[in-house]
Write a protein that binds this ligand. Structure first.
Ligand SMILES: Nc1nc2c(c(=O)[nH]1)N[C@H]1C(S)=C(S)[C@@H](COP(=O)(O)O)O[C@H]1N2
Ligand SMILES: [Mo]
Length: 256
């Protein structure tokens, strides 16, 4: 055990506080179990502070990195090449016939082509993706701020969640889907992204459009988004827990 006055511990905590994060990772990193445990126990103090800050303000921004931190290739996980027939046809045509549909509890249901989305104001951010399986990766994402799109369609007062319906069935089983609450949906870093590291989003990472919810774990960030639905609750979707992995026991709230 180290004491709070231990100089090495004080230096570690000072560095962690400066960087705004206890786990300093660049590029793609694999955290071994012992590394993770050591860093977590070393950093208990600052992690507690971080949790308090997040609780005090759910509007807090996720850390953004510099171009030098970007991993040479962004790791892909989960579905990396949907086999679904409709998706394959869209991909074969460079997604020219793809449309994002936004409906449910909105004033004006609308569809958007990729060009429509690219013509809207965009945001670019370099962030770290953390997968619950124990890896992380830094990439630069470009896309439409989800809140801007929601403003366009007009969200009705009864809407409490935004659901993302995806093109893929994970391992050929049930369709992948995810959901966010309205505060996370309107967060300034929550994007529907069509670009990764300055190029079109690759199929492996969710082309043509994927969610970025930077304060959440990787499984929340739906790839291959086809339809966005505003709902009061998600009991009628999948097994009723708000997402593919939530239906299989993962936490719905995956804030980090
Ligand atoms: N449609 C869809 N979205 C998905 C998944 C998936 O299998 N299908 N996997 C999730 C998981 S667990 C992670 S970690 C990230 C991986 O994103 P990446 O392939 O860009 O690394 O996508 C998430 N979104
Ligand atoms: Mo993940």
């Amino acid at each position: 055990m180290t004491s709070p006055t231990d100089p090495a511990r004080r230096r570690f905590l000072a560095r962690a506080a400066l960087a705004g994060s206890a786990l300093l990772l660049t590029g793609c990193d694999q955290l071994s179990r012992s590394d993770t445990m050591r860093q977590l126990s070393d950093a208990t103090g600052s992690l507690t502070q971080r949790a308090q800050r997040l609780l005090a303000s759910r509007e807090a921004l996720a850390r953004e990195y510099s171009p030098a931190d970007i991993a040479p290739t962004f790791r892909a996980n989960g579905t990396t090449n949907p086999r679904d027939e409709a998706y394959r046809r869209l991909a074969a045509n460079g997604f020219r016939d793809w449309r994002l549909a936004i409906g449910g509890l909105v004033d004006t249901p609308q569809t958007f082509s990729l060009d429509d989305l690219k013509a809207m104001p965009s945001r670019t951010q370099i962030t770290r993706h953390d997968c619950v399986e124990g890896w992380s990766c830094i990439g630069q994402w470009t896309g439409v701020v989800l809140g801007d799109l929601l403003e366009r369609v007009g969200v009705r007062d009864e809407a409490r969640f935004v659901v993302f319906h995806c093109a893929d069935r994970y391992r050929g089983g049930d369709p992948y889907y995810e959901s966010l609450d309205m505060r996370e949906a309107y967060h300034p870093q929550t994007l529907l992204a069509y670009g990764l590291n300055g190029a079109d989003l690759p199929i492996a990472n969710g082309a043509p459009l994927r969610l970025r919810a930077e304060r959440q774990l990787g499984y929340k960030m739906a790839k291959y988004v086809m339809r966005v639905e505003l709902v009061e609750g998600f009991a009628h979707l999948g097994r009723g827990r708000g997402g593919y992995w939530e239906d299989r026991g993962y936490q719905w709230w995956a804030g980090i």
